[in-house]
Design a protein. Structure first.
Length: 80
């Protein structure tokens, strides 16, 4: 409802956790004032987060924690 009060020139980006329900953020994704809906990995592993994200039409990833999963300071250059 609050989005209806925005002027056409007011744009928003939402950074939200991955939803448990497929396409829960569909109304936001399709709203003319929303330029992007970004999903946080929400504690999921990278593989789990990727699978959930794949079912979220129009949502992009912000998985910084999940992307660092498995990184250690003793990795070889090739493993890194």
């Amino acid at each position: 409802e609050s989005l209806k009060m925005l002027r056409k020139d007011q744009k928003l980006m939402f950074k939200l956790t991955l939803p448990n329900q497929d396409n829960l953020y569909e109304d936001l994704v399709n709203h003319p004032n929303v330029v992007r809906v970004v999903a946080l990995s929400g504690g999921y592993t990278r593989d789990e987060a990727d699978a959930i994200l794949a079912r979220q039409t129009g949502v992009v990833a912000s998985f910084s924690r999940a992307l660092t999963e498995g990184l250690r300071d003793d990795l070889t250059q090739n493993d890194f």
